[in-house]
Design a protein around this ligand. Sequence first.
Ligand SMILES: Cc1cc2nc3c(=O)[nH]c(=O)nc-3n(C[C@H](O)[C@H](O)[C@H](O)COP(=O)(O)O)c2cc1C
Length: 199
Amino acid sequence: MMDNLLPEVAAARKSEYGIDPIFLNRWSTRAFSSKAVKDEDLYGVLEAAHWAPSGSNEQPWRFIIAKTPEQRETFLQFISPFNQEWCKEAPVLLLLLSRKVNEAGKASPSHALDAGTAWGYLALEATRRGLSTHAMGGFDRAAAQSALQVPEEYEPQIVIALGYRGDENQLSERNRSREIPNTRKPLSEIVFEGRFPQP
Ligand SMILES: Cc1cc2nc3c(=O)[nH]c(=O)nc-3n(C[C@H](O)[C@H](O)[C@H](O)COP(=O)(O)O)c2cc1C
C-alpha cells in the first residue's frame, strides 16, 4: 500500500494505518512550474470536485477559473502579498465560493463544509493527475467579491493554486525551507471513543 509514494513524501510522512498513497502524496507545494494545465485536466479536477457529497445534494460550491494573463492578474490583485509571492507562478488560480442560502432561500447550515469537501476531492484528483494544488485563505474576500462580480449570497472560501510542481530554487529563502511535506498529529490526539476526554 505504501509503495508509490513520491520520494519527498516517503521521507517525510508515515501513516499509522494502510491507506491509499494518494492521501499522503497530496501536499501543498509553493514552487509551481509555468507549464500549462490542459483544459482536460482542469475540467477533470473540477468534475471530481462536483461529485462531492453535500447537504440535501444542494451542491453549493461554485468555482471561478483564472487562466489567462488578464484573469490571473485580476486574481493577484486580491491575493495577500505573502501568497502572491509564490502563487503568481501557478498557471491556474481558482476561487471557490459557496452559496450561503439553500434552494428554499433559507440559510444553509453546511455550505462551507460542503465546499471544503469539494476542495478535498479536487486536490486528490489533481494529485492523481500528477498536478499540485495549494489552498489559500489569505486573500481579500470583499475585493474578490467585487472584482469578480460575485452576488452577495455567495461566500468566497479559498483561492486554489493549480499546476505542476516547479523548481524550489525559484522560491524565497523562507518559502524554500517550507517546501517539504508536513506531518499530522497522532490519531490518538484527535479521535475519541464514546465521549470527549475529560481533563
Ligand atoms: C482553508 C485553508 C486555508 C489555507 N490558507 C493558506 C494560505 O493562505 N497560505 C498558505 O501558504 N497556505 C494555506 N493553506 C495550506 C495549509 O497551510 C496546508 O494545507 C496545511 O499546512 C497542511 O499541509 P499540506 O496541505 O501540505 O498537507 C491553507 C489551507 C486550507 C485548507
